[in-house]
Structure formats: C-alpha cells, structure tokens
Design a protein around this ligand. Structure first.
Ligand code: ATP
Ligand code: MG
Length: 413
C-alpha cells in the first residue's frame, strides 16, 4: 500500500466544499475590487526563487523542492506565488496594459517543512498582488481586500498586525544597529539565527524559537530609524486603517519570512487553538524593488498571501450551508436520468437516482442512509398516469399524484 507523501493530504468531500466556498468568496471579493485572476506554472526556473525569495531565506536554504529535469534544467516547485506572478508580469509586458496591474492567484505551493497542524509540505495559498503604484492607498486597498474576504467568511478572533520596514535608507541604518545588537548576543541564540545575523539580520526577528524571541525584545526598534518619507507613508497607512475601522496593532518585530519587503508589512493572526502554533493566516507587504531585481522596469508593488488549509481549519465544516438533496426512486434508471436532467436544469437542484435498478426498498434505504432531504417516486405506475409521488424525509410528509408543476413547487419548498 502506497500512502500520500509526508506533509500532503487528500481534500475529501466536506473539506472540498469548504475550500470551494473560500475560493468562491475570494473570487467575488477580489473581483469587486478590480483584481483579475492569473494562473502561473507550478514549477519555475530555480533561479527565479533564488533571486526573488532570497538566498538568505529559510525557504531557499532549507525548504525548496528542487530537481533536474531530463534536460538537466534546474526547476523548483513554487514555494510561494509572488515570484511567478512578477515573472509573468515582466515576461508578458503587462505594465503596458495600464497600471496598477491588480492580480490574484490561488493554488498549491511546496515547502519542505516539518509537518504539523496548519503546516504542510504541499499547501495552498490565495494571494493578491498590485503592481505599478507606490501609493500607500493601494496598500490599504490590498489590506482591506484581505480583511473583506475574512469578514465575508464570518471569521472572528482575528487581529491585524502591521509594521513598517521603512525605505532603503532607514532600513540600512536600522540593520546596522540591529546587527551590532545581535553580534553581542551571538552565543545565546539558535544556529539559524547565528547564520541569519550574518546574511540578513532582520530575519532574526522572525525566529520561531521562544528563547530567542525573548532576547530580541531588547533589540533596537525600527521606528527610531525612520526618515521623513518612511514616517509619512506609515502614518497614511495607520490613519487609513482607522478611517476604514480596521483595528490593528503595530508589532515592531514583524519582518515577515521573505527577503523582499519594504515599507508596510502586515499579518493577520487568529487566537483560536485549532491552528496550534501556526496562528498566522495571512501575510504580506510592499516589495518595491523586486521587479527590478528580476529584470523588469522599476515598478513598486504590494501583495499578500493567505493559507487555505489554515483558513479551512478556522472556519470548520459546520459553517457550510446544507444543500438540499433529492433522490429519485424509479424502476427504470434511464427514465430516472431523464427526469433528473430536467429537474437539475429547470430547478437548479441537486438530484440523484439509483443506477442499478435496485428493489424499491433498497433504494429508499439508500436515500435515508445518505441523508437525502426528499425522494420522488417515479415508478411504472406513476409514469403511466403521468404523475409523481414525493416524500419529504425530514418531516415525513408524503404527497401523491402530483402533476409536474406541483412537484416542482413542492421540491423547492
Ligand atoms: P509561517 O511563519 O507560518 O511559516 P510564512 O511567513 O512562512 O508563515 P508566508 O510565506 O507569508 O508564510 O505565506 C503566507 C501564508 O501561507 C501563511 O500565513 C500561512 O497561512 C500559509 N503557509 C505558509 N507556509 C505554510 C505551510 N507550510 N503549510 C500551510 N500553510 C502555510
Ligand atoms: Mg514559513
């Protein structure tokens, strides 16, 4: 018996319905804000991620599924969505179609991580990217779209955390100060942080080890290093959120896992225990230099990604609206299919029937066992009389000798 690879999972029917609900809600919310869907390849040239995600990041260092294809090309299963979207933006010259370009995506991502609740090796993200504008108002639009999606899914217990990494100038000064602080406590922190403080000290603040996190509480704070521009932009974001009545907390240690951010970064966390240690549902920020770094014209951009598995865990299957299911009991499967087709088309109903021409009693048992709401009796006697029988299984009401019009009315009740 061969099992699914470690860190992957099958999404079975109830979960699948929940995923569909999330995706449909995203489609609607994002379309309302003028975002169009883009689908990019699941694998890309490895160099794309080396350059976009950054050679100093955990993703590139430890988590990528990289392989050589039969022509010895190095390819990588995408660990995140932004790099591919930006590559597609440059390659397809999308900037000529009118900026900002507002895109969203969904699909599987792959990271070689230690599997646990809310953390898998194949997981799924829904994300947004707005490319071509440096205005903080588009950061607000992006954050608002994320909040709107979570609100539409009726999620509560969520908190928005924001921070600003400032512009390049502010950040360089901060990183110098931070690095000095880190070097002084080098012996006390984890091995990953020893490496991070050399190559990308900001990422130490993102460490998941509690002992390290406690030490970093004493680290210099980024706001002390903002220049005027950095300060102003962050103020616009904060007052914009207040205007939208979106509550937020500033978390000065929020730097995000990827290397390419500047100015505003944000995360939405949930305090429910179903996620275990994985409380972050959505994360994003502004990445003004990435497009140039990948060979495009300078184009500032902002985006976020959220984890579908974590969202599904939070929502739970009990939020799914019950779908009304109808079963046709008949002694002729082909007649039953014909009636099912008609009802599906005309009433937009979920209709099933028996494919085996089983005995009447067996069909009724099946309908009861599989939780159908109503059964239509469509046996030889009914067909000859041109009528239908109907039983509502939940309330035990039974109707006989219905004409088609009356049947339809009752089916929809
Ligand atoms: P974390 O800090 O939890 O590792 P991250 O900073 O690596 O998250 P991002 O790269 O920002 O995550 O991805 C955005 C979202 O995608 C996360 O907030 C989370 O909901 C989801 N996500 C990331 N990695 C995984 C994973 N291995 N399994 C499931 N969901 C994930
Ligand atoms: Mg991670």
């Amino acid at each position: 018996m061969i099992n699914a690879p470690r860190g992957t999972q099958d999404i079975l029917s109830a979960q699948s319905k929940l995923w569909s609900l999330i995706e449909k809600t995203a489609e609607k919310v994002f379309a309302q804000a003028g975002f169009n869907e883009i689908r990019t390849p699941i694998f890309e040239d490895t160099n794309l991620f080396l350059r976009a995600v950054g050679e100093a990041s955990d993703i590139v260092n430890k988590e990528m599924y990289t392989f050589l294809d039969k022509s010895e090309r190095s390819l990588t299963l995408r660990p995140e969505g932004t790099a591919g979207v930006v590559r597609a933006f440059i390659e397809n010259h999308l900037e000529h179609t009118g900026k900002p370009i507002k895109l969203w995506y969904r699909g599987p991502m792959f990271r070689y991580e230690r599997p646990q609740t809310g953390r898998y090796r194949q997981f799924h993200q829904i994300g947004l990217e707005a490319i071509g504008s440096a205005s903080p108002h588009i950061d607000l639009e992006v954050i608002n779209s994320g909040m709107q999606l979570l609100d539409s899914l009726k999620l509560t217990n969520l908190t928005l955390y924001i921070n600003s990494l400032g512009n390049k100038n502010s950040r360089t000064n901060y990183i110098n100060a931070l690095q000095q602080f880190l070097f002084a406590i080098k012996d006390k922190v984890c091995d990953d942080c020893k490496r991070r403080m050399e190559v990308n000290p900001l990422r130490c603040l993102d460490c998941k080890v509690e002992h390290d996190q406690n030490l970093y509480k004493q680290a210099p704070k980024i706001h002390e290093f903002y220049d005027e521009e950095s300060k102003n932009i962050f103020e616009i974001i904060k007052s914009g959120l207040e205007k939208l009545s979106i509550k937020y907390h500033v978390d000065e240690n929020l730097v995000r896992g990827l290397d390419y951010y500047d100015h505003c970064v944000f995360e939405i966390k949930c305090d429910s225990d179903v996620l275990g240690a994985q409380s972050t549902v959505l994360g994003g920020g502004r990445y003004d230099k990435l497009i140039e770094d990948l060979g495009g014209n300078p184009n500032p951009a902002v985006g976020f990604a959220l984890g579908l598995e974590r969202l599904a865990l939070l929502i739970g299957e009990n939020q799914l609206a019950e779908e009304k299911k109808t079963f046709i009991i008949s002694d002729d499967s082909s007649e039953a299919l014909l009636l099912a087709k008609k009802l599906r088309n005309e009433l937009d109903l979920n209709v099933e029937f028996d494919y085996e021409n089983s005995k009447f009693k067996k069909q009724l048992e099946k309908a009861l066992k599989r939780n159908f709401d109503q059964v239509i009796f469509f046996l030889e006697s009914e067909r000859q009389a041109g009528t239908f029988g109907l039983k509502k299984l939940k309330s035990n009401q039974e109707f006989k000798e219905l004409d088609f019009k009356r049947l339809c009315e009752l089916l929809l009740e």
